[in-house]
Design a protein around this ligand. Structure first.
Ligand code: DX5
Length: 224
Protein backbone atom coordinates (compact mmCIF):
# COMPACT_ATOMS: atom_id res chain seq x y z
CA UNK A 1 0.00 0.00 0.00
CA UNK A 2 1.08 3.57 -0.67
CA UNK A 3 0.37 6.30 1.85
CA UNK A 4 0.13 9.79 0.34
CA UNK A 5 0.00 12.83 2.61
CA UNK A 6 -2.20 15.73 1.51
CA UNK A 7 -0.69 19.08 2.52
CA UNK A 8 -4.12 20.74 2.53
CA UNK A 9 -4.40 20.72 6.37
CA UNK A 10 -0.71 21.63 6.84
CA UNK A 11 0.46 24.94 8.30
CA UNK A 12 0.95 26.95 5.09
CA UNK A 13 3.31 29.31 6.94
CA UNK A 14 5.65 26.33 7.54
CA UNK A 15 5.17 24.21 4.42
CA UNK A 16 8.87 23.40 3.96
CA UNK A 17 9.16 22.13 7.51
CA UNK A 18 5.82 20.31 7.35
CA UNK A 19 6.81 18.26 4.31
CA UNK A 20 10.04 17.34 6.14
CA UNK A 21 7.99 16.15 9.13
CA UNK A 22 5.84 14.06 6.79
CA UNK A 23 8.94 12.52 5.22
CA UNK A 24 10.38 11.74 8.66
CA UNK A 25 7.03 10.20 9.67
CA UNK A 26 7.34 7.72 6.80
CA UNK A 27 4.74 8.72 4.22
CA UNK A 28 5.44 7.58 0.64
CA UNK A 29 4.41 10.65 -1.36
CA UNK A 30 3.14 14.20 -0.94
CA UNK A 31 -0.10 15.33 -2.58
CA UNK A 32 -0.41 19.01 -3.50
CA UNK A 33 -4.14 19.79 -3.61
CA UNK A 34 -4.23 22.44 -6.33
CA UNK A 35 -7.54 24.33 -6.39
CA UNK A 36 -8.50 27.22 -8.69
CA UNK A 37 -11.73 28.52 -7.12
CA UNK A 38 -13.64 27.51 -10.30
CA UNK A 39 -13.56 23.72 -10.56
CA UNK A 40 -13.90 23.65 -6.76
CA UNK A 41 -15.02 26.46 -4.39
CA UNK A 42 -11.56 26.88 -2.84
CA UNK A 43 -8.21 28.35 -3.90
CA UNK A 44 -4.88 26.95 -2.72
CA UNK A 45 -1.43 27.21 -4.33
CA UNK A 46 0.39 27.32 -7.66
CA UNK A 47 3.55 25.68 -9.03
CA UNK A 48 5.93 28.19 -7.41
CA UNK A 49 4.82 27.13 -3.92
CA UNK A 50 5.40 23.48 -4.82
CA UNK A 51 8.80 24.30 -6.35
CA UNK A 52 9.83 26.08 -3.13
CA UNK A 53 9.43 22.80 -1.22
CA UNK A 54 10.91 20.51 -3.85
CA UNK A 55 14.45 20.39 -2.45
CA UNK A 56 13.37 20.05 1.17
CA UNK A 57 12.56 16.35 0.80
CA UNK A 58 13.35 13.33 -1.38
CA UNK A 59 9.67 12.24 -1.45
CA UNK A 60 7.77 12.13 -4.75
CA UNK A 61 5.25 14.91 -5.35
CA UNK A 62 1.85 14.44 -6.96
CA UNK A 63 -0.20 17.42 -8.15
CA UNK A 64 -3.94 16.85 -7.78
CA UNK A 65 -5.28 19.46 -10.21
CA UNK A 66 -8.75 20.42 -9.11
CA UNK A 67 -8.76 23.08 -11.81
CA UNK A 68 -10.80 23.88 -14.92
CA UNK A 69 -8.95 23.34 -18.21
CA UNK A 70 -5.64 22.05 -16.77
CA UNK A 71 -3.84 21.79 -20.15
CA UNK A 72 -2.20 25.24 -20.48
CA UNK A 73 -0.27 24.89 -17.20
CA UNK A 74 0.69 21.20 -17.40
CA UNK A 75 4.44 21.90 -17.97
CA UNK A 76 4.54 24.17 -14.88
CA UNK A 77 3.63 21.33 -12.47
CA UNK A 78 6.26 19.04 -13.95
CA UNK A 79 8.87 21.82 -13.84
CA UNK A 80 7.91 22.42 -10.20
CA UNK A 81 9.00 18.86 -9.43
CA UNK A 82 5.79 16.80 -9.61
CA UNK A 83 6.46 13.25 -10.86
CA UNK A 84 2.72 12.52 -11.05
CA UNK A 85 0.08 14.93 -12.40
CA UNK A 86 -3.57 14.08 -11.76
CA UNK A 87 -6.30 15.81 -13.78
CA UNK A 88 -10.05 15.51 -13.31
CA UNK A 89 -11.99 13.75 -16.07
CA UNK A 90 -14.67 16.45 -15.63
CA UNK A 91 -12.22 19.35 -16.12
CA UNK A 92 -10.79 18.80 -19.62
CA UNK A 93 -12.60 18.50 -22.94
CA UNK A 94 -10.03 16.13 -24.46
CA UNK A 95 -8.96 13.80 -21.64
CA UNK A 96 -7.25 11.32 -23.98
CA UNK A 97 -4.99 14.06 -25.32
CA UNK A 98 -4.36 15.57 -21.87
CA UNK A 99 -3.16 12.28 -20.37
CA UNK A 100 -0.89 11.68 -23.34
CA UNK A 101 0.52 15.20 -22.95
CA UNK A 102 1.38 14.63 -19.27
CA UNK A 103 3.39 11.57 -20.22
CA UNK A 104 5.07 13.43 -23.06
CA UNK A 105 6.21 15.96 -20.45
CA UNK A 106 7.95 13.12 -18.60
CA UNK A 107 5.54 12.73 -15.68
CA UNK A 108 3.18 9.91 -14.77
CA UNK A 109 -0.45 10.63 -15.64
CA UNK A 110 -3.36 10.34 -13.23
CA UNK A 111 -7.09 10.81 -13.75
CA UNK A 112 -9.53 11.65 -10.95
CA UNK A 113 -13.29 11.07 -10.74
CA UNK A 114 -15.67 13.10 -8.61
CA UNK A 115 -18.19 11.02 -6.66
CA UNK A 116 -20.98 11.54 -9.23
CA UNK A 117 -18.81 10.73 -12.27
CA UNK A 118 -19.16 7.16 -13.54
CA UNK A 119 -16.18 4.87 -14.00
CA UNK A 120 -17.26 4.45 -17.62
CA UNK A 121 -15.99 7.96 -18.37
CA UNK A 122 -12.39 6.74 -18.11
CA UNK A 123 -12.87 3.25 -19.57
CA UNK A 124 -11.26 4.22 -22.90
CA UNK A 125 -8.27 6.11 -21.48
CA UNK A 126 -7.09 3.87 -18.64
CA UNK A 127 -4.32 2.56 -20.90
CA UNK A 128 -2.96 6.13 -20.93
CA UNK A 129 -3.10 6.48 -17.13
CA UNK A 130 -0.66 5.42 -14.45
CA UNK A 131 -3.14 6.17 -11.66
CA UNK A 132 -6.90 6.37 -11.19
CA UNK A 133 -8.07 8.54 -8.28
CA UNK A 134 -11.56 7.81 -6.96
CA UNK A 135 -12.68 10.78 -4.85
CA UNK A 136 -14.40 9.74 -1.65
CA UNK A 137 -15.58 13.29 -0.94
CA UNK A 138 -16.78 16.11 -3.16
CA UNK A 139 -13.46 17.93 -3.68
CA UNK A 140 -12.64 21.39 -2.37
CA UNK A 141 -12.03 21.04 1.33
CA UNK A 142 -10.30 18.77 3.80
CA UNK A 143 -11.93 17.25 6.86
CA UNK A 144 -15.09 16.07 5.08
CA UNK A 145 -16.90 12.82 5.83
CA UNK A 146 -15.91 9.76 3.79
CA UNK A 147 -18.62 8.75 1.30
CA UNK A 148 -18.83 5.02 1.97
CA UNK A 149 -21.14 4.64 -1.03
CA UNK A 150 -17.98 4.97 -3.16
CA UNK A 151 -16.98 1.42 -2.19
CA UNK A 152 -18.86 0.06 -5.19
CA UNK A 153 -17.03 2.36 -7.60
CA UNK A 154 -13.69 1.45 -5.98
CA UNK A 155 -14.47 -2.27 -6.32
CA UNK A 156 -15.57 -1.87 -9.96
CA UNK A 157 -12.39 0.10 -10.70
CA UNK A 158 -10.30 -2.63 -9.07
CA UNK A 159 -12.04 -5.30 -11.14
CA UNK A 160 -11.64 -3.30 -14.38
CA UNK A 161 -7.91 -2.67 -13.79
CA UNK A 162 -7.27 -6.31 -12.87
CA UNK A 163 -9.40 -7.73 -15.69
CA UNK A 164 -7.46 -5.72 -18.27
CA UNK A 165 -4.11 -6.37 -16.58
CA UNK A 166 -3.33 -2.65 -16.41
CA UNK A 167 -0.50 -1.21 -14.29
CA UNK A 168 -2.74 1.52 -12.91
CA UNK A 169 -2.53 2.55 -9.24
CA UNK A 170 -5.96 2.89 -7.60
CA UNK A 171 -6.01 5.83 -5.19
CA UNK A 172 -8.72 7.16 -2.90
CA UNK A 173 -8.85 10.67 -1.47
CA UNK A 174 -11.16 12.34 1.01
CA UNK A 175 -12.13 11.42 4.56
CA UNK A 176 -9.51 8.65 4.64
CA UNK A 177 -8.43 7.82 8.18
CA UNK A 178 -8.90 5.30 10.96
CA UNK A 179 -11.96 3.19 10.16
CA UNK A 180 -12.33 4.37 6.57
CA UNK A 181 -8.88 3.40 5.22
CA UNK A 182 -9.72 -0.24 5.95
CA UNK A 183 -13.08 0.11 4.19
CA UNK A 184 -11.40 1.55 1.08
CA UNK A 185 -8.65 -1.10 1.17
CA UNK A 186 -11.24 -3.86 1.40
CA UNK A 187 -12.92 -2.42 -1.71
CA UNK A 188 -9.61 -2.64 -3.61
CA UNK A 189 -7.79 0.69 -3.23
CA UNK A 190 -3.99 0.47 -2.88
CA UNK A 191 -3.05 4.15 -2.63
CA UNK A 192 -4.49 6.27 0.17
CA UNK A 193 -4.39 10.06 0.30
CA UNK A 194 -4.77 11.29 3.86
CA UNK A 195 -4.95 14.88 5.10
CA UNK A 196 -6.80 15.76 8.29
CA UNK A 197 -6.39 12.32 9.87
CA UNK A 198 -2.59 12.71 9.62
CA UNK A 199 -2.44 16.22 10.99
CA UNK A 200 -4.89 15.68 13.85
CA UNK A 201 -3.39 16.27 17.33
CA UNK A 202 -0.24 17.96 16.00
CA UNK A 203 3.04 16.77 14.49
CA UNK A 204 4.35 14.78 17.46
CA UNK A 205 1.99 11.89 16.81
CA UNK A 206 2.62 11.80 13.04
CA UNK A 207 4.82 8.66 12.95
CA UNK A 208 2.34 6.74 15.08
CA UNK A 209 -0.59 7.78 12.93
CA UNK A 210 1.28 6.80 9.76
CA UNK A 211 2.06 3.36 11.22
CA UNK A 212 -1.53 2.83 12.40
CA UNK A 213 -2.99 3.77 9.02
CA UNK A 214 -0.59 1.43 7.22
CA UNK A 215 -1.49 -1.41 9.55
CA UNK A 216 -5.23 -0.92 9.12
CA UNK A 217 -4.99 -0.79 5.33
CA UNK A 218 -2.65 -3.79 5.14
CA UNK A 219 -4.75 -5.90 7.50
CA UNK A 220 -7.85 -5.28 5.42
CA UNK A 221 -6.11 -6.24 2.21
CA UNK A 222 -4.66 -9.37 3.79
CA UNK A 223 -7.88 -10.42 5.50
CA UNK A 224 -10.68 -8.81 3.44
C1 DX5 B 1 -10.26 17.44 -1.83
C2 DX5 B 1 -8.95 17.43 -1.11
C3 DX5 B 1 -9.00 16.55 0.15
C4 DX5 B 1 -7.63 16.34 0.76
C5 DX5 B 1 -7.64 15.37 1.90
O1 DX5 B 1 -11.22 18.04 -1.08
O2 DX5 B 1 -7.99 16.93 -2.01
O3 DX5 B 1 -9.52 15.31 -0.20
O4 DX5 B 1 -6.80 15.84 -0.22
O5 DX5 B 1 -8.67 15.70 2.76
P1 DX5 B 1 -8.96 14.90 4.15
O6 DX5 B 1 -8.70 15.93 5.20
O7 DX5 B 1 -10.38 14.47 4.03
O8 DX5 B 1 -8.02 13.73 4.25
Amino acid sequence: MTLVASVLPADFAELGHQVQLLEKAGVDRIQWDVMDGRFVPNLTFGPDVIASCRDRVMLGFEAHLMVEDPDPMLPRWVDAGCELVIVHAEATRHLHRTLGRIRQLGARAGVALNPATPLASVEHVLDLADLLLVMTVNPGFGGQRYLDGMATKIAHARALIDRRGLAVELEVDGGIGPGTIGHAAKAGATVFCVGSALFADGPSGLPGRVAALRAEATDERRNP
